[in-house]
Design a protein around this ligand. Structure first.
Ligand code: FES
Ligand code: FES
Length: 162
C-alpha cells in the first residue's frame, strides 16, 4: 500500500499523519480529522463546495492530494469562528439570509474570506467574479453578494468588525 508521512497545520493545530498517496484533501479533512464542514459534491473542481484555504489561497480540496499538504497551513470552515464568536462573514450570511440548505455555504465563506484577505474593499463586480466558481442552487446569489459587501465595509485588518 502506497503511503506517505505528512505534517501540516489545520486551523492552527499541528497535524501529523501517514496517508495513502491517493487520499484527497477533502477525504483527509472529513474522514481522518472529522472536519465534515467541508462539503463534497462534484469531485471535479466545478462546484466550489469543497473550497478551503491552503497557505491563504483558495483550493478545491476534492482535487488536491493530502500528501501535498506537507508543510502547509490549512484553514477550513471549522476555523472561522473564534471563542464561540462567529466570523463577520458568518454573521453577515446569517443576517442577509445568504443560505438556505447551507450545503454550498462553507465553500462560499472560505472563498469570500480569501477575497477579503486579498482585497479588503471589493466592489460588487469583483465579488461576483471571485465567487464565479461557487455554485448555489438555492439563494440566487444576490444575498451572498450583499453579505460579503457588508463585511467589506465594516471590518478591520483582522477580518473582525471595525
Ligand atoms: S466537490 Fe470540489 S469543486 Fe465540487
Ligand atoms: S444554500 Fe443550498 S446550495 Fe446554496
Amino acid at each position: 500500500m502506497n503511503v506517505v508521512e505528512m505534517h501540516c497545520t489545520v486551523n492552527g493545530r499541528p497535524v501529523r499523519d501517514t496517508v495513502l498517496v491517493r487520499l484527497t484533501v477533502a477525504e483527509f479533512l472529513r474522514d481522518r480529522l472529522g472536519l465534515r464542514g467541508t462539503k463534497v459534491s462534484c469531485e471535479m473542481q466545478v462546484c466550489g463546495a469543497c473550497t478551503i484555504l491552503v497557505d491563504g489561497e483558495p483550493v478545491s480540496s476534492c482535487c488536491m492530494l493530502a500528501a501535498d499538504l506537507d508543510g502547509r497551513r490549512v484553514e477550513t470552515i471549522e476555523g472561522l469562528a473564534r471563542g464561540g464568536e462567529l466570523h463577520p462573514l458568518q454573521a453577515a450570511f446569517w443576517e442577509h439570509n445568504a443560505f438556505q440548505c447551507g450545503f454550498c455555504t462553507p465553500g462560499f465563506l472560505m472563498m469570500s474570506k480569501a477575497l477579503l484577505d486579498t482585497e479588503p474593499d471589493p466592489g460588487p463586480e469583483l465579488v461576483r467574479e471571485w465567487l464565479d466558481g461557487n455554485i448555489c442552487r438555492c439563494t440566487g446569489y444576490r444575498s451572498i453578494e450583499q453579505a460579503v459587501l457588508s463585511v467589506a465595509t465594516t471590518r478591520d485588518g483582522d477580518g473582525r468588525p471595525g
